[in-house]
Design a binder for this molecule. Structure first.
Ligand code: 9MR
Length: 540
């Protein structure tokens, strides 16, 4: 009765705002989940209450892994797994099975098998574990394979791969489908939130498996993030490209660690990461929901694995809600209003560490007030009608690579927010990459042609290609003695910074065949009576 009265008397928004995460998630057609540990689930009332009230989905943090379910060959133990599935059933939650085939937490007896026996053991394990839950409506999906790629996008050389070759992946999916034709079957990995070599390798694998008719339905993005590494600004775009393959996607193990101790600033940054992840999932129809890897900082894998880091979850050690909880809550509860306010324009980039094919740019950071938060920066080359993108970054610095040697670049930066709004263009920075050296390098030597009390002429400075292939552009650097100043030059473009002089080829003498040479010259003024001249020349 009281409840009915309260619902009647309170304004709808207030009742709505105090609703748990799962209520808001359900209204958006998504799940909000947590990993569960069996110890506190059995022993701690606060843990149990929050797990039941706030979440509509659970994943066993460890209880369904191979070392828990089949510690000895053929001896299956479902005590922990059943405890979690029963809890989920009582609380009307769905369960994601984690995980069937992984290189970690797999007993030694599996790892030591030969190929035929290992394949049979894998199929038997999948068939037993998935079969055990196949008729349970709470268990709706499985991580069939976990972390099968390394960070470069090559298949991980685990004992699975080393013994069975890449075919174990398709075999595992087929075995899982046979054991439960209704469960959604997933591949799961970390460091795959943004578009990168590893996520692209998974994308290609999923695409190829589906073309071959291998039953794979879903891709999990673990999302173990850290505020010091920046937010992957292309997360939503990445989810979307997988969705276009026809698979479901899900955030499977979200946490956002900080360097401990926590403070209000770190908490606020962390909260934007949580909000951005939830918003990315909300924006992608194929995203089923978000699972957080635990909910209280009292129980988290982070401090053990990353000493000095922690505070990664949405409740503190005393089960109090953190700003990250509010961020998840508000993102799930948010209306359909979208952020249309772009971030502020970044400052003028400064170029440093310039080589023949790379350069570092740094600029004054942007801010974002539109709600979705600053996601990162895109870096473009000014080239007229279409400006190609040279790189992107999640912080206010980028290392551009793959540049062309001895080439002038005019570059600007635009900030990007979580909703994809782009800021205005920063002012341009202009820099010129160094000469490549043509596969062997070059030398430069200068001769004093004439000198007088107040100056001298260096002619020629001979530039020789000492390499084995042609040079397309050269750069000679040298140092002027104190008080000396260049007053003229020919056959090279000279720039001076303090006492450092850079001479680049003119348009007509940059190409040198192996062994060929060319020359330039310059004139310098110096204090009366000074007899010094530059002592050496460096060619690149
Ligand atoms: O959180 C899990 C921790 O309790 C275990 O000790 C650890 C063992 O490898 O696994 C942790 O969970 C991992 C998950 O199963 C797969 N992705 C990475 C997770 C964090 O390491």
């Amino acid at each position: 009765m009281l409840g009915i009265l309260a619902a009647f008397l309170l304004p709808a928004t207030s009742a709505d705002a105090s609703a748990p995460l799962r209520t808001h998630a359900a209204a958006k057609g998504k799940f909000i989940g947590t990993a569960l540990a069996t110890g506190p689930l059995a022993n701690e009332t606060s843990y149990k209450n929050i797990a039941a009230t706030e979440f509509s989905q659970v994943t066993a943090e460890n209880a369904m892994k191979w070392d828990a379910t089949e510690p000895s060959q053929g001896q299956f133990n479902y005590s922990g797994a059943d405890a979690i599935v029963n809890f989920a059933t009582q609380n009307n939650q769905q369960v994601h099975g984690h995980t069937l085939v992984w290189h970690s937490q797999t007993p030694g007896w599996v790892q030591n098998l030969g190929a035929t026996a290992m394949r049979a053991a894998m199929q038997n394990h999948i068939s037993n574990v998935v079969g055990h839950f196949a008729d349970n409506p709470a268990v709706v999906s499985w991580d069939v394979v976990n972390e099968v790629f390394d960070d470069s996008g090559n298949l991980r050389t685990s004992f699975w791969y080393n013994t069975l070759g890449s075919g174990y992946i398709a075999d595992a999916f087929r075995a899982a489908r046979a054991a439960d034709p209704d469960a959604k079957l997933c591949i799961n990995d970390y460091n795959t939130e943004g578009i990168n070599a590893k996520s692209t390798a998974i994308y290609n694998l999923v695409s190829s498996l589906r073309q071959q008719g291998v039953p794979i339905d879903c891709v999990g993005f673990q999302s173990h993030l850290a505020i010091q590494y920046g937010f992957p600004g292309d997360f939503q775009q990445n989810l979307q490209r997988f969705a276009a393959l026809g698979v479901q996607v899900r955030i499977t193990e979200l946490d956002v660690r900080v360097q401990t101790p926590r403070d209000a600033t770190k908490d606020a940054t962390q909260a934007t990461y949580y909000r951005n992840v939830v918003n990315a999932c909300l924006a992608v129809t194929a995203c089923q929901g978000v699972t957080i890897w635990g909910f209280t900082d009292k129980y988290s894998w982070v401090p053990d694995t990353f000493p000095g880091q922690g505070g990664a979850l949405i409740y503190n050690e005393s089960y109090q809600q953190k700003p990250s909880y509010t961020a998840v809550h508000d993102a799930l509860a948010g209306g359909t209003t979208t952020d249309t306010t772009p971030p502020t324009t970044p400052g003028t980039p400064a170029a440093s560490n310039i080589t023949a094919n790379s350069a570092t740019l740094t600029w004054a950071a942007s801010t974002d007030s539109g709600g979705s938060g600053l996601a990162g920066y895109n870096v473009y080359r000014e080239q007229g009608s279409t400006d190609p993108q040279l790189g992107q970054s999640t912080s206010n610095t980028v290392n551009l690579t793959g540049l062309t040697a001895n080439t002038q670049y005019q570059v600007y930066v635009r900030a990007r927010d979580g909703a994809g709004n782009l800021s205005g263009n920063s002012p341009l920075v202009t820099f010129t990459t160094l000469t490549g050296g043509g596969g062997g390098g070059c030398t430069a030597a200068g001769t004093v042609q004439t000198q007088w009390s107040g100056g001298y002429v260096i002619q020629p400075v001979t530039v020789t290609n000492t390499g084995t292939s042609a040079i397309n552009g050269w750069t000679v650097t040298f140092t002027l003695p104190a008080g000396h100043a260049v007053t003229g030059s020919w056959n090279a473009a000279i720039t001076v910074s303090g006492q450092n002089v850079t001479a680049r080829n003119a348009a007509y003498n940059g190409t040198l065949a192996p062994g060929a040479n060319t020359s330039f010259g310059f004139q310098v003024s110096r204090p009366n009576g000074d007899t010094a001249t530059p002592s050496s020349y460096t060619c690149a």
